[in-house]
Design a protein around this ligand. Structure first.
Ligand SMILES: [Ca+2]
Ligand SMILES: [Ca+2]
Ligand SMILES: [Ca+2]
Ligand SMILES: [Ca+2]
Length: 336
């Protein structure tokens, strides 16, 4: 169990941005394409199926029609765009207990399939946007080079779900839980992430915890210290559907990577408090508002609102789409 003690709230934000703590550029993981040797057997099988389909087509048959005959009721999987939403982000840190004043290894992100078909989530990219969450430290001002861009979203860290799209299917109504650490977090937090679907693991500093059962996300780009801790003051989480190799280095001494807004599947923008709107990181065309919890180390998460039918609401305005929950609720698949 990793127990985190940070001397002051201010340090958290400084750590995430300052050159003294941030990794040197050479230590960053560079965006990379999966090599053919990493292609899992399932992909090879899929390729064989495509080949068989192609052969059938040459014989004058429609491969999809043939598939439907072979497996009636099978619904074709769909890509994430428009079919996947952030359901919950828990970032604020646990209410101090058991001698831990500032514990946030229990952070998690949960995304949900809102389509009526399986969503292909292999290769899905998740990250957090650079930029501070409000006037946390004296002298900080809103703005900066990587915020409020109508054409690009920027990521301080970027992670990828391993596999090709069709290798990882999320069924309708089900969610994926991505933990900072897949652990019980007992006794420091009531948020049990032992059954998370993925976790983020950072080997470079020797301080992260790697659960042997829960798979790790692939690190594409990294600038967050000993683990992917998103700011407890209010992070901006971005979900992208694109080839990881197309992430671009944004330039500067400690650069984030950037992606075109056309690759954005969904976002959740949180800031420090109601008066921190000037610090918004995302352009209004991507996410026109923001949400905030009541404070750091409150044990609060932000959850997407639902309409009268129980469907998740998405207007691309985090202020309208999310609400604060005092009970973080990572929803694990029933079979596990
Ligand atoms: Ca971790
Ligand atoms: Ca692991
Ligand atoms: Ca959205
Ligand atoms: Ca949830």
């Amino acid at each position: 169990m990793k127990l985190v003690e940070i001397e002051g709230d201010e340090i958290v934000e400084i750590n995430r941005l300052g050159p003294s703590v941030c990794c040197r550029a050479a230590e960053f993981h560079r965006p990379r394409r999966m090599s053919p040797s990493k292609v899992p057997p399932a992909v090879a099988l899929y390729g064989l199926m495509l080949l068989m389909g192609a052969c059938a087509q040459q014989d004058g048959a429609d491969p999809r029609a043939q598939d439907d005959t072979a497996e009636p009721g099978i619904v074709e999987p769909v890509m994430p765009m428009g079919n996947l939403l952030i359901e919950e982000v828990y970032y604020s840190g646990a209410i101090p207990t058991a001698g831990a004043e500032r514990y946030y290894s229990d952070q998690f992100i949960e995304v949900m399939n809102v389509a009526d078909a399986p969503v292909m989530v292999g290769g899905l990219i998740l990250g957090d946007a650079p930029g501070i969450a409000g006037g946390i430290n004296r002298g900080t001002t809103p703005g900066g080079p990587y915020v409020n861009d109508p054409d690009y979203v920027y990521l301080s860290s970027a992670w990828r779900i391993p596999g090709e799209p069709q290798d990882v299917l999320l069924q309708p109504g089900e969610t994926l839980v991505i933990a900072q650490d897949a652990a019980t977090h007992h006794p420091y937090s009531p948020v049990n992430l032992l059954d998370a679907d993925y976790e983020t693991f950072v080997s470079e500093y020797g301080e992260d915890f790697d659960d042997a059962v829960v798979p790790n996300l692939e690190s594409l780009w990294y600038g967050a210290g000993y683990d992917w801790l998103v700011t407890v003051f209010g992070p901006t989480i971005v979900v992208l559907s694109m080839d990881a190799a197309d992430l671009e280095e944004a330039g500067g001494p400690y650069p984030p990577v950037r992606a075109p807004v056309s690759a954005v599947v969904d976002t959740m923008e949180a800031l420090m408090d109601a008066g921190s709107g000037a610090y918004k990181r995302l352009h209004s065309t991507v996410d026109s508002g923001f949400i905030h919890v009541s404070g750091t180390y409150t044990g609060e998460s932000v959850r997407r609102k639902r309409d009268g039918t129980g469907a998740l609401i998405d207007t691309d305005d985090s202020g309208a789409d999310f609400e604060v929950s005092s009970m973080p609720d990572p929803d694990f698949d029933s079979q596990r």
